[in-house]
Design a protein around this ligand. Structure first.
Ligand SMILES: [Zn+2]
Length: 265
């Protein structure tokens, strides 16, 4: 790999972070995969990224290269992560701005800007995303239901089912796996409701507190405010590396609708 194979991706908005997985090249340390968006690139996937470098809605820059074993569109690897894992701040960082108090802070989209961006991106249905071979898509569902499934899969089955990017640490420790059933609002040729596994890290952090309690795990439904009328939801889905027509829920983005707000299509 030479320096000329690398390039910068700039002005990317952090939309979501997948659940951590272990990377063997860096001694099994945990990393995650980012879903990002910019006007110039559209949706992109950047990995592996250590915890805590960037946060949702921040505007970031990243120095990347093309992966060697990932055929999905717009997927990139952080340059030199193998050597620089302990400090990748030269390769991936949030842009800065000066806030009203005069302090230098990470540049981040504000709530109305977040919603405006999501509204502009959530124009497709599931079959449109899948049939166009898109790596990511954002769906504003007409309806959705939260489901908790008993985890009956063997470890072997899971490694084939779950993508490297979204491989959930110690998934066998979890008695239950969350999934989302939803229907698109628009023309969709795929059988509905669509049933997709939720891989958002926050869901597993929640379940970890009491992993064998169905009641506790089921509270994810309330955490996500599913089937609550005063909440606005967007489903960020991504495909998996081995089976590119299989999608998982990377993030279930939600906003409480405020009285004065007029959210329209
Ligand atoms: Zn659909």
């Amino acid at each position: 790999m030479t320096e000329t194979d690398s390039f910068w991706l700039k002005d990317l908005v952090v939309l979501g972070q997948g659940a951590p997985n272990q990377i063997s090249k860096i001694g099994g340390q945990q990393s995650r995969c980012l879903c990002l968006w910019s006007d110039k690139t559209g949706f992109v996937r950047v990995y592996p990224v250590p915890h805590g470098y960037v946060h949702d809605w921040e505007i970031i820059n990243a120095e990347v290269r093309k992966p060697t074993n990932d055929g999905r569109e717009n997927s990139y690897v952080v340059l030199n992560y193998e050597q620089e894992w302990k400090n990748l701040s030269k390769r991936i960082y949030a842009q800065k701005e000066i806030n009203r108090k005069g302090n230098k802070v990470n540049k981040k989209l504000k709530r109305p800007e977040q919603i405006a961006l999501l509204e502009s991106l959530a124009k497709s249905t599931f079959s449109q995303i899948r049939d166009n071979g898109k790596s990511f898509g954002l769906i504003k569902p007409k309806s959705m239901k939260f489901m908790l499934k008993q985890n009956k899969e063997t470890s072997e089955a899971q490694t084939t089912l779950i993508d490297l990017d979204y491989d959930i640490m110690n998934q066998n420790d979890f008695a239950f796996l969350p999934s989302l059933h939803y229907e698109c609002d628009g023309p969709c040729s795929s059988k509905a409701p669509h049933e997709q596994k939720i891989v958002e890290w926050g869901a597993y952090q929640w379940m970890r507190q009491n992993p064998n309690s169905e009641e506790h795990c089921m509270q994810l439904k309330d955490n996500y405010h599913i089937e609550e009328e005063n909440y606005l939801h967007y489903v960020l889905i991504g495909n998996i590396r081995k089976y590119t027509t299989t999608y998982v829920v990377v993030k279930l983005i939600r906003f409480k609708i405020e009285e004065e707000e007029n959210v329209s299509e």
